[in-house]
Design a protein around this ligand. Structure first.
Ligand SMILES: Cc1cc2nc3c(=O)[nH]c(=O)nc-3n(C[C@H](O)[C@H](O)[C@H](O)COP(=O)(O)OP(=O)(O)OC[C@H]3O[C@@H](n4cnc5c(N)ncnc54)[C@H](O)[C@@H]3O)c2cc1C
Length: 545
């Protein structure tokens, strides 16, 4: 988009801190550093949250499963962070009932799992705040394969249906605190002189411009790309920091009688499988396959799709779901610590911060591993390594979940009134934008034509897209429709919806026909590469490097 082709040049500028990678971890770190008063540059080669962050199962969880590996510290930390997210971002992070279904062949005994759930609840500082799951349990009992003896147990966790939105909110907070954020800008190399970081070489991928910035600290938060930056910067590491483990998902329509609760079960090899109600569809995942290929191009293999479908049919043979029903599939690479001899399930999900002073690059830190759930904690630790004191944890107001629902209702009423919106439209906007709905409703008050829906099938509106471009660094149509206002992940989405949305956004932003055509084509290519219909032969987009 034109305004981004004339982005402010950075050549020769000095930033005390440069954060490389705009996934949830990089954005959280940039926010933390900016809040601590350091002018921070955040650089993302594609778009914020377009990497692993948007390819996850989207559960905000304490990690019941980690109890098996006696990772009590990780579970305690994750449960605490789950509580913070539920209270800080009630519009995006919701409580979720899980039903754990084990049959007579399960590798885990129902008694052991029951004890694990008891311990899990004891370790949480507060309950998630949902009522009894008895009705859902009965519904599940009726649906399960009657040829097996099932044990059903229930527990609570949470879901962030759109981590893309969580990242967008944290990004705006980082910018408000003084950070400079550049998406579609790749770090080509870190400049290290006399054993210490002094700068970074960047390439703006929209304009092609190459620039050098000066810095005292570099945080390498590039997820599964973390080793590549070090290689390009001539750091000599004895072994890779991460060993990529691919996880694949499929998205299915909700089948008749599908439970509202999330289901946690075991696949035939004992691995956990999640069946999650997501975005009015079903998200089914995941797998664990070692994968050292380019993370931008990773795709589910046909065997993984078969494995996931088989696990679903083992639970629900009467659902008659088949490969033809799969709406799309996607995969991401878990940036887990390099552990060539361990089974993928046994590798710790803890995060690590590696100081590269001993690798000949003092003042460079790499982030290894981590989860959506613990990104804010990771950011606080990282700021601590830089000698900065944390601000955000003190700012968290703990309010009861019920009170938060009332707060959301109040926002819906307020923005409905300011923007002249229907309750349904106001609620959709609040659910995705939280308190950022207010600037959107003020935008509509001045330009009522922005109330038009993005497509006929949902109540998200053009004003959200305009706000994304104006205030949330969305630079392409794909940034808008896949991540800031992620309507294109929805059940309805078709090429017709893309066209309709693009025409309306183009009119609101003043794009000419040529720009509209180019944006639309690039969006369709990116969507087809990310959300693949199994069996699709469309080419996978070229990655950044
Ligand atoms: C299959 C799967 C399921 C998961 N499920 C869950 C879950 O349910 N709950 C949970 O809490 N966690 C989950 N996770 C873990 C979680 O998604 C990740 O730990 C988290 O998203 C990692 O975020 P990140 O910011 O470190 O990496 P990323 O999101 O990958 O961000 C790194 C960014 O760096 C950018 N980058 C790379 N190289 C450069 C460069 N040279 N210059 C500039 N930018 C660059 C990339 O484009 C990318 O956007 C899951 C992960 C996977 C793969």
């Amino acid at each position: 988009m034109d305004q981004h082709l004339s982005r402010k040049p950075l050549e020769g500028e000095r930033f005390p801190i440069v954060v490389v990678g705009g996934g949830i971890n990089g954005v959280a770190i940039a926010r933390e550093c900016a809040r601590a008063g350091r002018r921070t540059l955040l650089v993302e080669q594609h778009d914020f949250a377009s990497g692993t962050t948007s390819r996850s199962t989207r559960i905000i969880h304490g990690g019941l499963r980690y109890l098996e590996h006696a990772e009590l510290g990780l579970v305690r930390e994750s449960l605490r962070e789950r509580g913070h997210l539920l209270r800080e971002c009630p519009h995006l992070v919701h409580p979720l009932h899980f039903l754990l279904a084990l049959d007579e062949n399960s590798r885990r005994s129902a008694l052991t799992v029951r004890m694990g759930i008891w311990l899990y609840r004891q370790m949480a500082d507060a309950r998630v705040g949902i009522g009894s799951a008895r009705d859902e349990e009965r519904k599940l009992e009726r649906l399960l394969d009657s040829g097996h003896r099932w044990s059903i147990l229930n527990f609570e966790d949470a879901e962030c249906e759109f981590p893309e939105r969580l990242v967008a909110e944290w990004l705006v907070e980082a910018i408000e605190a003084g950070a400079v954020a550049c998406n579609h800008t790749q770090v080509l190399a870190i400049d290290v002189r006399y054993g210490r970081v002094v700068g970074a070489l960047l390439r703006d991928r929209l304009s092609g411009r190459e620039e050098r910035v000066e810095t005292s600290w570099v945080i390498n938060a590039t997820g599964p790309w973390v080793d590549r930056i070090c290689q390009r910067s001539q750091l000599k590491l004895k072994q890779p920091m991460v060993g990529g483990i691919r996880g694949s998902h499929i998205v299915l329509p909700r089948f008749a009688g599908a439970p509202e609760a999330a289901i946690y079960t075991e696949a035939s090899d004992g691995r956990p499988i999640f069946v999650i109600p997501w975005n009015e569809q079903i998200l089914l995942g995941t797998t664990e396959v070692p994968d050292t290929s380019d993370p931008a191009k990773t795709q589910p293999a046909p065997e993984e799709i078969e494995y996931l479908l088989k696990s679903l049919l083992h639970l629900f043979p009467r659902s008659k779901i088949s490969a033809q029903d799969v709406r799309y599939s996607f995969a991401g690479i878990r940036p887990l610590p390099f552990s060539p001899d361990a089974s993928p399930s046994a590798i710790s999900r803890k995060h690590f911060l590696r100081d590269h002073a001993d690798d000949g690059a003092a003042h460079m830190i790499s982030v290894i591993g981590g989860k959506l759930t613990t990104a804010a904690q990771l950011a606080r630790e990282c700021a601590g390594m830089l000698g900065l004191s944390s601000t955000s944890v003190n700012a968290i107001r703990i309010a009861p979940v019920k009170g938060l629902n009332l707060l959301l209702d109040q926002w819906v009423a307020e923005i409905g009134k300011t923007g002249g919106l229907s309750e349904a439209a106001a609620r959709s906007i609040v659910e995705w934008h939280g308190k950022r709905s207010q600037p959107i409703s003020r935008l509509i008050a001045g330009r009522p034509e922005l109330r038009a829906p993005l497509c006929q099938h949902n109540s998200h509106i053009v004003a959200e897209a305009v706000d994304a471009i104006t205030n949330e660094c969305a630079a392409t149509l794909a940034d808008v429709l896949l991540r800031r206002v992620p309507v294109a992940l929805g059940a309805c989405w078709s090429k017709e919806c893309s066209r309709e949305a693009a025409i309306r956004i183009a009119a609101a932003m003043g794009w000419d026909d040529m720009q509209l055509g180019m944006e639309l084509e690039a969006f369709e290519n990116e969507r087809a590469a990310f959300l693949r219909k199994p069996g699709s032969t469309e080419p996978i987009l070229a990655a950044a490097d």
